[in-house]
Design a binder for this molecule. Structure first.
Ligand code: FAD
Length: 497
């Protein structure tokens, strides 16, 4: 349902009628914008959250049909202390479902067969996933010379340090799983900053892993967002994070529970069907124009948080100086992805589906990037006697495949599923969601995008950029980004004039 631009928008009247409460417009009600608005409100600021589409959540959306639960975007995410604290504030603990411990098993396809990815040194020695030569090559990793500071592709980094087989049958499929991306194009330093830092600080991955044992390792997370130099102390930080280990979670009724709970907590401040189309500095504040053609109205606020995809800023009406930097931010690539959730009678799938899912290396020349065993991961994803699996198609590797019509897509995917998982018969359920711009690609040279985003903020006091193209693509990273930007805005508005 779309809410018209309200005559009683709390932002403008409170301010223009002479009230002294500082006002903030958050643009984009994906998880980043929702968390930012929630945290700004918790800090006592007057917030309005503008969303172009008819519902909140952005990439997060869940549908329920005939007993099947289909996630349109993310299926699960990894928590951190601040995220756990937020879940507690939202009273969501009863709703949380932790992934089945079997989720530790992830299959990789090699020569048409599913092989469990080796998770221990012994399993690595025994696995048929890698040749003896590849295993010996991994043992030589500590002897490989460091390449100081270079912004190198993930493919080049992994080939250099671990050899091409580890790239092809371990890293490349995981890159497809996280970014739907191309390891030849993505930057090691920007997509996996922690792993990149192991080589830079310790000379090799092995030495780095030994030195940092017990800390977080191979993950794309930027979970500890960068802190700005010289930042003032936060006098109203988010409630202390409980000492909970990171968990892979979803919710009983799916991921949308999270964004629905945030929306409900923001009662009266969310404007749906209300794109922001103009942004201009005005006497130390920000003039914005919200709403559809013919129904838009100008407003003035003290700060603006842009929590939209990168290309949105450049498409807005902006002053020339801001446009120049926005054009650089706009360059971020977002390849298309199709998400196909399929349901089968249990007896029609030969494989045990005992794990997180399977990833398919490019070498295997399949239509699929990867498959999640959704009904094995979380309860109640399929009716009794059935299973649900979620298939990902397209990405940077095969963008045209993502764009195919549903019938053709199902046909292609079924060919792979029959050969790889022993699927017989036809699906009893199918849900196809197409994302024309799915996940931002942190490509080599991404520093220019980050610098441009920093410059936008530096030269436009009161304007902030947040979201998955800045501090990491995962849901947990986006939540951290929302919390971080809310703290920055609160400090900006609390400064003496
Ligand atoms: C298919 C898919 C699968 C994924 N799987 C996982 C996973 O399993 N685990 C995980 O951790 N992450 C996953 N991710 C990544 C993660 O879901 C996203 O990075 C994250 O949800 C992005 O949130 P966001 O708020 O930054 O942006 P978005 O969700 O893109 O939200 C931006 C919002 O801005 C709105 N908007 C745009 N223009 C305007 C305007 N002019 N005015 C007002 N509003 C505007 C949009 O309508 C949208 O609602 C997945 C992503 C996709 C697409």
């Amino acid at each position: 349902m779309r809410a018209p631009v309200a005559d009683h928008d709390p932002v403008t009247p409170a301010n223009e009628d002479g009230g002294d409460q500082r006002t903030v417009a958050v643009v984009g009600a994906g998880i980043t914008g929702l968390v930012a608005a929630y945290e700004l409100r918790r800090r006592g600021l007057h917030v309005t959250l503008y969303e172009a589409s008819g519902q909140t959540g952005g990439a997060i959306r869940t549908s329920h049909t005939d007993g099947f639960l289909a996630e349109h975007g993310p299926n699960s995410f990894v928590t951190s202390g601040p995220v756990e604290a937020l879940l507690a504030q939202l009273d969501l603990h009863e709703e949380v479902v932790v992934a089945n411990p079997q989720a530790n098993r992830r299959y990789i396809v090699r020569d048409g067969m599913l092989q469990p990815f080796p998770m221990t040194p012994l399993a690595m020695l025994r696995t048929p996933l890698f040749s003896l030569r590849a295993k010996l090559r991994v043992l030589l990793e500590p002897l490989v010379r460091t390449r100081a500071g270079a912004d190198e592709s993930i493919a080049s980094f992994v080939r250099r340090r671990l050899g091409h087989e580890v790239l092809d049958y371990a890293v490349d499929p995981f890159i497809s799983g996280i970014f739907a991306g191309d390891s030849e194009a993505l930057s090691m330093a920007h997509a996996f900053p922690r792993v990149f830092a192991l080589e830079q600080r310790h000379g090799s991955l092995s030495a780095g892993l030994m030195a940092t044992r017990g800390q977080k390792g191979w993950q794309a997370s930027h979970a500890a967002p960068p802190t700005e130099g010289g930042e003032q102390a936060d006098d109203n930080p988010p409630p202390a994070a409980p000492a909970t280990p990171a968990r892979l979670i979803s919710f009983v009724d799916g991921m949308q529970t999270l964004t629905d709970a945030l929306e409900a907590s923001l009662l009266g401040t969310v404007r749906l069907g209300c794109p922001i189309r103009l942004l201009h500095p005005k006497e130390g504040r920000w003039a914005i124009e919200a709403g559809q053609d013919g129904a838009s109205r100008p407003r003035t606020v003290d700060a603006v948080v842009m929590a939209t995809p990168a290309h949105v800023l450049a498409a807005m009406e902006l002053p020339a100086g801001l446009r120049q930097h926005a054009a650089l931010v706009e360059r971020v690539e977002y390849p298309p992805v199709s998400v196909l959730t399929l349901g089968f009678e249990r007896g029609d799938v030969a494989h045990a589906l005992d794990g997180f899912g399977m990833l398919i290396p490019a070498q295997e020349q399949r239509s699929l990037l990867g498959v999640l065993f959704s009904s094995s991961l979380f309860p109640d994803r399929a009716p009794d006697g059935c299973v649900a699996i979620t298939c990902f198609v397209g990405g940077a590797r095969m963008p045209d495949r993502a764009r195919e019509e549903t019938d053709l897509l199902v046909e292609r995917v079924l060919i792979d599923l029959r050969q790889l998982l022993g699927v017989r018969g036809e699906p009893v359920f199918a849900k196809h969601v197409y994302w024309p711009r799915a996940i931002p690609q942190y490509t080599v040279g991404y520093q220019a995008v980050k610098d441009a985003a920093d410059e936008v903020e530096r030269s436009n006091p009161g304007l902030y950029l947040a979201g998955n193209y800045r501090h990491g693509v995962s849901v947990g990273d986006c939540m951290a980004s929302g919390l971080q930007v809310a703290g920055q805005v609160a400090r900006y508005l609390a400064r003496p004039n």
